[in-house]
Design a protein around this ligand. Structure first.
Ligand code: UD1
Ligand code: CA
Length: 453
């Protein structure tokens, strides 16, 4: 057993060019469920509370984009293989620690499996995670002797036809004492098909010194390294399916788990119904009995109970109260706050607005930089003209106001309580409580007008 008294250092290998992605974006920055592969694995590493996490990188964008994470960045200027990559970190590590080595392209490895590996790693030897694959193409194969003990790892390109038949693969996740790695890694040679310094070459070195090599099994989904976009899509679907499964078991109806995408964190109460092709991003909470209509996108928002989000709505950075109806085709933008029972209908856009209880804006409106009271009716086509080309200005509408269709409210402007604004008005001056304001010119009539033909 590995000595749990020893400090743990985690090494994450992320310097590879990721050629098989055929992308200008470094492979480890490609997102899975909205989060870069490397960030995901760093979070998992952090959950093990190691003394340090070292990330081996080569592309500056990788470090730049993830600079906010608390890790030590070690540059590998030439990508000479996984063994060489580990060699860049070893001089920084105390010999009385254990190293856990993770490839940066296995985003779904869980902390529980890594704990299991650490527990199974021999005191002076190596622990490896392996998996049994139906299609092991491309992976390093685990070679075992007659007794079933691991005797080596052979890369796909170096394997004999018999070895290619082996279905047990190397996950590239290793644990070993740093003191041993400091002896073995510098001895790795690159006499193989790819002329690379392979980390798995330490296995025969350990065995030659009678140090044992143990392994634990994990699923393909946990250890399947992402090398190309097809593998990325495969793991994304697995992740989404798994997430949908957990939500369903907690009391959420998901109409079709294969058409559900969560790219962040969702807290959903019981009896939430999520229709097909909904995308949830960032931090979202949804209260019980709420329905999210098909093809909607919800981002960083709080949605109350018994809300009806109708199809094709986009809700971003909003707080939607209980019993609201939103959509279809509504666009709710950041800093929107809808109090209880508000109705927002089709082709209505809101931004930085508070809308009071029971107010309605059912058709074709823009409501921005506004404070709207309760029981207000916003007629179709009403616009808050909040921007004068330089500054944004505020519109305030009192409780019970009735804003006629196609009204332009030129901010800054205040509309009193229980006012009525005639349809088609352009309001530029304050309207006191209980008044009728209208700016229409009188209708002209010319009798017996002959139409031009
Ligand atoms: C590696 C293993 C293979 C295993 C597979 C599991 C080796 C030699 N092969 O192959 O046995 O089945 O993972 O997914 O270890 N990296 C560096 N610097 C380098 C080279 C690689 O940091 O010089 C990083 C890569 O960014 C990547 C990880 O190491 O995150 C693994 O490298 P990759 O090229 O993907 O190795 P595989 O061919 O997948
Ligand atoms: Ca890989």
């Amino acid at each position: 057993m590995y000595n749990s008294q020893m400090k743990l250092n985690i090494i994450i290998l992320a310097a590879g060019r990721g050629k098989r992605m055929k992308s200008t974006l470094p492979k480890v920055l490609h997102p899975l469920a909205g989060q870069p592969l490397l960030e995901r694995i760093i979070h998992t590493a952090q959950s093990l509370n190691p003394a340090h996490i070292y990330v081996v990188y080569s592309q500056p964008e990788v470090q730049k984009q993830l600079a906010h994470l608390n890790v030590q960045w070690i540059e590998q200027t030439e990508q000479l293989g996984t063994g060489h990559a580990v060699g860049q970190v070893l001089p920084h590590l105390n010999s009385d620690s254990t190293a856990l080595i993770l490839p940066g392209d296995t985003p779904l490895i869980t902390a529980a499996t890594l704990q299991k590996l650490l527990a199974a790693t021999p005191k002076n030897g190596i622990g490896i995670i392996t998996a049994d694959l139906y299609d092991p193409t491309g992976f390093g194969r685990i070679v075992r002797d007659d007794k079933g003990d691991i005797c080596g790892i052979v890369e796909h390109v170096d394997a004999t036809p018999e070895q290619l038949e082996i279905s047990e693969i190397n996950s590239a996740i290793f644990a070993a004492p740093v003191s041993q790695l400091k002896q073995w890694v510098p001895q790795i040679k690159n006499n193989n098909a790819q002329k690379e310094y392979y980390l798995p070459s330490i296995v025969p070195m350990a065995l030659a010194e009678h140090c044992s090599v143990s392994s634990i099994f994990a699923s393909y989904e946990e250890v399947g390294g992402i090398n190309d976009r097809s593998q990325l899509a495969e793991l994304e679907r697995f992740y989404q399916h798994d997430t949908a499964q957990k939500l369903m078991l907690s009391g959420v109806t998901i109409q079709d788990p294969s058409r559900f995408d969560l790219r962040g964190e969702l807290q959903a109460e019981h009896d939430v119904v999520i229709d097909i092709n909904v995308i949830i991003e960032g931090k979202v909470s949804i209260g019980s009995g709420t329905r999210i209509g098909a093809h909607s996108i919800i981002r960083n928002s709080k949605i109350g109970k018994n809300v009806d989000i109708r199809p094709h709505s986009i809700i971003d950075g909003a707080d939607i109260g209980n019993d609201c109806i939103v959509g279809p085709f509504a666009r709710i933008r950041p800093e929107t706050q809808l109090l209880t029972g508000v109705h927002i209908g089709n082709f209505v856009e809101t931004k930085k607005v508070v809308i009071g209880k029971g107010s309605k804006a059912n058709h074709l409106s823009y409501l921005g930089d506004a404070e709207i009271g309760s029981g207000v009716n916003i007629g179709a086509g009403t616009i808050t003209c909040n921007y004068d080309g330089v500054h944004k200005h505020k519109t305030v509408i009192g409780d019970g106001a009735f804003i006629g269709s196609n009204t332009a409210l030129v901010a800054p402007v205040t509309i009193g309580k229980n006012t009525t604004i005639g349809a088609g008005s352009t309001i530029t001056k304050p309207v006191p409580d209980s008044a009728l304001a209208l700016t229409r010119s009188e209708q002209k009539l010319i009798m017996n007008w002959s139409q031009k033909k």
